[in-house]
Design a protein around this ligand. Structure first.
Ligand code: ARG
Length: 459
């Protein structure tokens, strides 16, 4: 029987009741709702809205329910409409008439808004801690590869030499911004507390919203009750932050898939992170990386789902908003899984340092260094660029690399060339010389990765 059933309302059809139910999805809000309910009960007593003793009994029993839930001793009744109805029904089973008083001066609309905020901010903490482990994973792996030279790409064309460590730290930076974005969502969640907004227009009881705000550890009570019960911005912000995080992981996954292919063979995946084929005995597939890339689409879908369901809703609460939870929970679950896989995934990634280095031998990755060499001798860079282009044309006709040329060959193009051109175009030197802040030189990447490790180990 629904929490709202009364003489005014005839029984609902079974099919409609089931369609209306959300307990299968919102059962995970149980603990968060119990926290909100405890604060509400305490406030009702403090304000004399119900007897102190009754408020205390409600508070204690709700606390007991939290404990029972933690211990696996609270059986959720999945016949109930939603988790909020279940809590009141269970409380009434335990306390009789006193249990029925918990809903004085509140509505499920402000109840669900509050519980959802509490739940999301807890999940942000979990995700941030997983992200810390992932960033540490990237930084530690980067420290092992500060000298592993590989081609850096633009347009997926070999461009300039970098190191695998430099590459990995790019992802550490992305995750650091993802971490910051999640923290920002948490800060905005903490700012306003919806409980007391009631169904849409607060309550005729003298609620003390400052007290519940303090008890629930928010900064201020929300300033407008219509907004408070219909605000799901934080959920959309959370989904956006998760979508960006997923996009980053998907790019990483895509590169690893590419680099583990025979065509690149820069990377081998340990068997712990690859799968075989049911028909081709030789296959080692990067299924886990592929799923990471694939599940990104699903997280974007969750974001678009909630944006779409919210866009036409008149103020204040509408039942459409019940649907939002399924998308939000799906994105949170998916991203927790994906981020938690990263440290082991990195560990299972074996780098073929020789293959990476060998790939730098083709594609004139040191061409910029040849032009820079002439520019450093005083030639205008544009002229140096043109001359290097002419040299490349010659090399390409003769199927030579810049290293294959003799000093005489170089001199034919510009008198400025001396014996030191060969140091200038040495691949290793090209990387070591790029020790500008943020660059691939081993000392720079080492500094960057160490600083991140220290910051994370301190936190
Ligand atoms: N299960 C509902 C939800 O998640 C709770 C709020 C119901 N409120 C209402 N006015 N029907 O959105």
């Amino acid at each position: 029987m629904a929490i709202w059933s009364n003489d005014f309302h005839d029984a609902m059809s079974e099919a409609a009741y089931q369609f209306n139910q959300s307990i299968q999805v919102d059962d995970r809000l149980l603990d968060a709702d119990l926290q909100g309910s405890m604060a509400h009960a305490k406030m009702l007593g403090a304000q004399g809205i119900i007897e102190e003793a009754e408020a205390e009994a409600l508070y204690q029993e709700l606390g007991q329910m939290r404990e029972d839930y933690r211990d696996g001793k609270l059986a959720i009744d999945y016949e109930e409409e939603d988790v909020h109805s279940f809590i009141e029904a269970e409380l009434t089973r335990r306390l009789g008439n006193t249990g029925k008083k918990v809903h004085t001066g509140r509505s499920r609309n402000d109840q669900v808004a509050t519980a959802l905020k509490i739940y999301v901010r807890d999940e942000i903490e979990v995700l941030c801690s997983l992200l810390e482990d992932a960033m540490l994973g990237f930084a530690k792996k980067a420290l092992q590869h500060t000298e592993s030279i590989m081609p850096g790409y633009t347009h997926l064309q070999r461009a300039q030499p970098i190191t695998y460590g430099h590459y990995l730290m790019a992802y550490a930076e992305m995750l650091l911004r993802d971490y910051g974005r999640l923290q920002d969502v948490g800060k905005r969640i903490d700012l306003t507390m919806p409980l007391g907004a009631g169904a849409l227009a607060t309550s005729s009881f003298p609620l003390n919203r400052d007290l519940t705000t303090e008890l629930l550890d928010f900064l201020t009570p929300s300033a407008n009750s219509l907004d408070a019960v219909s605000d799901r911005d934080y959920s959309i912000e959370m989904l956006s932050a998760l979508s960006i995080l997923a996009m980053h992981l998907s790019r990483y996954a895509e590169e690893t898939i590419l680099w583990a292919s025979q065509e690149f063979h820069f990377i081998h995946l340990k068997d712990s992170f690859s799968t075989g084929s049911s028909i081709m005995p030789q296959k080692k597939n990067a299924d886990i990386h592929e799923l990471m890339r694939g599940k990104t689409g699903r997280v974007y879908g969750d974001l678009v789902n909630v944006l779409t369901l919210m866009k036409g809703l008149p103020l204040a609460y509408n039942k459409d908003m019940q649907e939002e939870k399924e998308a939000l929970f799906d994105a949170i679950d998916t991203m927790k899984m994906m981020v938690s896989l990263l440290p082991a995934m990195l560990e299972a990634t074996i780098v073929d340092v020789d293959a990476m280095y060998a790939a730098c031998g083709q594609g004139f990755l040191n061409a910029t260094d040849c032009a820079d060499y002439l520019a450093a001798k005083g030639m205008p860079f544009r002229d140096a660029y043109q001359i290097t282009g002419n040299i490349l044309q010659y090399c390409s006709e003769k199927n030579l690399t810049l290293e294959d040329l003799s000093l005489e060959d170089y001199k034919r193009y510009a008198d400025d060339f001396e014996e030191d051109i060969f140091d200038a175009i040495d691949l290793k030197a090209c990387v070591y010389r790029r020790n500008v802040l943020g660059g691939p030189a081993p000392e720079r990447v080492e500094e960057h990765a160490q600083a991140l490790c220290q910051a994370l180990e301190r936190s």
